[in-house]
Design a binder for this molecule. Structure first.
Ligand SMILES: Cc1ncc(COP(=O)(O)O)c(C=O)c1O
Length: 428
């Protein structure tokens, strides 16, 4: 006789929480203290950094991040949302332009497009990788299309060869949203180095973090220069000339602080090790959960390195006869924090569905330069809908400092649920 499920009053498999995240070491603390003692907390001001390019830690972090990616240019910003906006603005995307994005991602992938008065067009995702499906991109391309933002979702790289082929054929800009995948590789290349620009997030749940923060990387010198200007009010900083107060490009204040950059330098040194732990823990789960009926372990496409920002499983209610909600409740009761991921595809958000972003005149959808008629109705992307409403099961806990002993609890909880599957079915 198997043990009684915790949801029915039995002993939970795990009684203590998973180890806290993020992992902050002495190195990060010392680096922040050094900045505080220096008194230079931002250093974008005229008196501090050269040419308003940020203080010592910012420039160090940018240099280190660029070097890690074997690229020349990295521009630190205060979030990936800011980074996406800057990259779109610097690429010349504007009113009337369409940008193809997946609907199964965090809001900012699509709202950053609205932020620059362009129109996000949703192309469905691949049911195995959860990343944008190149065939769906191809169907969405039209004369208004100017860019694609593939997202390397949950740490799995998008299908970049096919995406770059389409971009080259149609002269489109590609901005990789790498928020969830620093260190992931597609056919040996680090994500962010394949498209025109790559944008990273260092918000505190990410694989490396600075509290809040982001980075844009590119091999294009001019694009990098425009990004630097847009990050800092659009003020022209031209080599050998005095600062001009005449802005020749619209910019914002998207500057990172020295404290964040100091943390980023230390976290970057640890990124590969952090990712190795995620991979090791995730592979342990995959090895031990792959035979459990009704639960599909994460797919890995050939020739990629998945960095498991999230351990994303597929649940098949048809096989167990139990709704996903009941499974999640049973796992949570056992002390295992699984969730169901994004609640709905992005086009279900009122900002898209009602096509009102700015004011009450329908801007930017009614902009005179917009010649298309973008659709945001339910049913648009069936794969994303089935992931959101039925199939996705997400686990954030494979991250460091969690170890195999913690993953064993996850496995034990799944086995317990499998042994009690008939009991659980009766409960629904
Ligand atoms: C795929 C994706 N893009 C963009 C962002 C935005 O990142 P940030 O919070 O740094 O603005 C996130 C954050 O969760 C994300 O997951």
């Amino acid at each position: 006789m198997s043990e009684k499920l915790a949801i029915l009053g039995g002993e939970p498999v795990r009684k203590k929480p998973f180890p806290p995240y993020p992992v902050i070491g002495k190195e990060e603390i010392d680096a922040v203290n050094e900045v505080l003692k220096s008194g230079n907390l931002s250093s974008f001001a005229a008196s501090a950094g050269p040419k308003f390019l940020g203080g010592r830690k910012i420039r160090e972090f940018e240099e280190n991040f660029a070097k890690y990616h074997s690229l020349e240019y990295a521009i630190a910003v205060n979030s990936a949302t800011a980074g996406l906006h800057v990259a779109l603005a610097a690429s010349g995307i504007g009113p009337g332009d369409e940008v193809i994005v997946p609907p199964y991602t965090f809001t900012a992938t699509a709202t950053s497009v609205l932020m620059h008065n362009a129109i996000p067009v949703f192309a469905d995702v691949d049911p195995r990788t959860y990343c944008i499906d190149p065939e769906r991109i191809e169907e969405a391309i039209n004369p208004s299309t100017k860019a694609i933002i593939p997202v390397h979702l949950l740490g799995h790289p998008a299908e970049m060869d096919a995406i770059m082929k389409l971009a080259n054929e149609h002269d489109l800009t590609v901005i990789e949203d790498c928020a969830q995948a620093p260190g992931a590789k597609y056919k040996g290349k680090l994500v962010g180095t394949i498209g025109d620009a790559g944008v990273f997030s260092f918000q505190e749940t990410k694989n490396m973090m600075t509290g809040e923060g982001g980075m844009i990387i590119t091999k294009d010198e001019e694009l990098a220069e425009r990004c630097r200007m847009i990050r800092n009010h659009g003020e022209a900083i031209i080599e050998g000339k005095k600062r001009s107060y005449i802005s020749n490009i619209v910019g914002w204040n998207y500057r990172m602080t020295e404290m964040e950059a100091a943390i980023g330098n230390e976290q970057l040194k640890k990124l590969d090790r952090f990712n190795e732990i995620r991979i090791k823990n995730s592979k342990f789960l995959t090895k031990n959960l792959s035979k459990i009926e009704g639960f599909n372990v994460p797919y890995e496409a050939p020739s990629i390195l998945h960095v498991y920002h999230v351990y994303g499983m597929i649940y098949e209610e048809e096989k167990t006869g139990i709704p996903r909600k009941a499974i999640v409740e049973a796992l949570n009761a056992e002390g295992i924090p699984f969730g169901t991921g994004y609640p709905h595809p992005l086009y279900e958000n009122p900002v898209f569905k009602e096509k009102i972003a700015y004011g009450d005149h329908g801007c930017p959808f009614t902009c005179q330069f917009y010649k298309g008629n973008v659709r945001y109705e339910s049913g648009l992307c069936s794969v994303a809908e089935s992931l959101c409403y039925k199939k996705a099961l997400w686990f954030f806990g494979a991250r460091p400092p969690a170890a195999q002993i913690d993953m064993q609890d996850v496995v034990d909880a799944f086995i317990k649920i499998e042994e009690n599957i008939d009991v659980l079915r009766e409960l629904k």
